[in-house]
Design a protein around this ligand. Structure first.
Ligand SMILES: Cc1cc2nc3c(=O)[nH]c(=O)nc-3n(C[C@H](O)[C@H](O)[C@H](O)COP(=O)(O)O)c2cc1C
Length: 199
């Protein structure tokens, strides 16, 4: 029985060239209880329908932001979407409690390896550190912030590796949509993917 409604807010400016995200979304879109929402398909000119987006958020319990990492952040359309949709008086501030109690998770693909995203690595910071503005935005909105679900090393990934990731992602989405799964205990993890790849 599906009891948690999951929304995947997907942003990829060049989906026709995508290998990894494309494989992930093909499986995600087929899961009961999961709504797939492609921002570049809907708003190629960035003309975001704020009211419709807010309504969509209200109707879901878990919000996933899925995107390729671009210059250590979200693609431009997703940042624009956040700036317009997550506004004072609706998402935060006095009377701004529309998102309170919902769960949020960033699902990210990176060209860089896992080792590069560390103090000693060439990217110098961990993913959680680089995502601090989004963790704080979630906190401001009274949302529960799940650890990011990060797929590293996409540029050198084989077809088999991509397929394996797509299966894990599908399993993650099923779990999130399942009332029996309690995300409360996951807060301290670095990468949510570790929860799904063990064993
Ligand atoms: C404009 C641009 C910026 C990028 N910036 C980063 C980055 O900051 N860190 C990183 O690890 N990879 C970066 N990449 C690599 C992408 O994250 C990688 O190609 C993508 O995750 C692959 O997913 P896909 O197969 O779905 O396109 C960048 C790629 C592009 C085109």
């Amino acid at each position: 029985m599906i009891v948690r409604k999951v929304l995947v807010v997907f942003t990829h400016p060049a989906l026709e060239k995508s290998r990894v995200n494309r494989a992930l979304i093909e499986r995600a879109a087929a899961i009961d209880g999961v709504t797939f929402h492609d921002l570049y398909e809907l708003y190629p000119e960035m003309d975001i329908d704020v009211k419709a987006e807010q309504e969509m958020l209200r109707e879901h319990d878990v919000i996933l932001f899925q995107y390729p990492f671009f210059l250590f952040s979200v693609p431009a359309l997703l940042k624009e979407w956040m700036d317009l949709v997550l506004v004072h008086g609706w998402a935060f501030g006095r009377n701004g409690n529309a998102l309170k109690g919902k769960w949020v998770c960033h699902v990210i693909t990176t060209g860089g390896s896992k080792a590069s995203y560390s103090k000693e690595g060439y990217n110098r910071f961990t993913m959680r550190e680089l995502l601090a503005p989004f963790e704080q935005t979630a906190s401001l909105c009274g949302m529960h912030y799940l650890p990011p679900y990060v797929i590293h090393g996409t540029n050198v990934m084989t077809k088999e590796g991509i397929e394996e990731h797509a299966k894990h992602y599908q399993a993650m989405l099923r779990l999130l949509a399942d009332q029996a799964f309690d995300p409360d205990g996951l807060g301290g993890m670095d990468n949510l993917i570790d929860q799904f790849r063990k064993g």
